[in-house]
Design a protein around this ligand. Structure first.
Ligand code: AMP
Length: 216
């Protein structure tokens, strides 16, 4: 089962991807995380990526497609992928279709978390990322507590693109480039729309119901 998590920045895709990974033993592919890893390595490519990410626009399809070729051809992850933040435009979606077929896999469903712009801004401004384990928290909605997070709080950081100016640009990029993909997946009968403003647990229950329906 390969799943696409779809929605604007701050919709809760990363949080739900972590839940799904734990419950269904899938492998999370977050293109944002992969790009941040490259930025951390301070390579020439990393610097090029950083200048794009800091503008709130999309990194080139070529860079993203190269990452995906490796992941989709890796037998360790065969039909066990959950995509968070990918595909982000029609070209990426078509490339994903091509790679999925080439590697004898399929997309099982697209889960779209629908959230409005004001909520997105509020969530993104409270978001914290653990640089040690990669889990995502939120000062207001999902604080890091001992029961759910064992890393030292010193590893919790704000992402450099989680500020008010860049989040507005990222939201605009989402509306222009990514949202039209919904139609693409609707036509393939893969799309499930979810109210992304509901509580984290409630959303996860709905996701589990949808996935159970796929397995039946
Ligand atoms: P995210 O962590 O998904 O919010 O992504 C952070 C930033 O990384 C985005 O604002 C883009 O600049 C870049 N990015 C992440 N995923 C993609 C993708 N699939 N295609 C192009 N750029 C991406």
């Amino acid at each position: 089962m390969n799943i696409i998590l779809f929605g604007p920045p701050g919709a809760g895709k990363g949080t739900q991807a972590d839940n799904i990974v734990k419950r269904f033993n899938l492998h999370k592919v977050s293109t944002g995380d992969l790009l941040r890893d490259e930025i951390k390595r301070s390579t020439n490519l990393g610097l090029e990526i950083k200048s794009t990410v800091d503008k709130g626009t999309l990194v080139s399809d070529e860079i993203i497609n190269d990452l995906m070729i490796k992941i989709l051809s890796d037998r360790k992850f065969y039909n066990r992928l959950i995509f968070d933040g990918y595909p982000r435009n029609l070209n990426q979606a078509k490339n994903l279709d091509f790679l999925v077929k080439k590697n004898n896999q399929k997309i099982s469903c697209v889960l779209s978390l629908n959230v409005d712009k004001e909520s997105v801004i509020k969530r993104v401004l409270g978001r914290l990322l653990c640089t040690k384990c990669g889990l995502i928290f939120n000062k207001n909605f999902k604080p890091s507590i001992k029961e759910s997070h064992s890393c030292d709080p010193k590893f919790l950081v704000k992402r450099s693109d989680d500020n008010e100016k860049i989040i507005i640009d990222r939201f605009e990029t989402y509306l222009k480039k990514t949202l039209p993909l919904l139609e693409f997946y609707k036509e393939q009968n893969l799309l499930h729309q979810i109210d992304g403003k509901a509580g984290i647990d409630h959303i996860f229950e709905e996701i589990q119901r949808i996935i159970a329906g796929l397995e039946a």
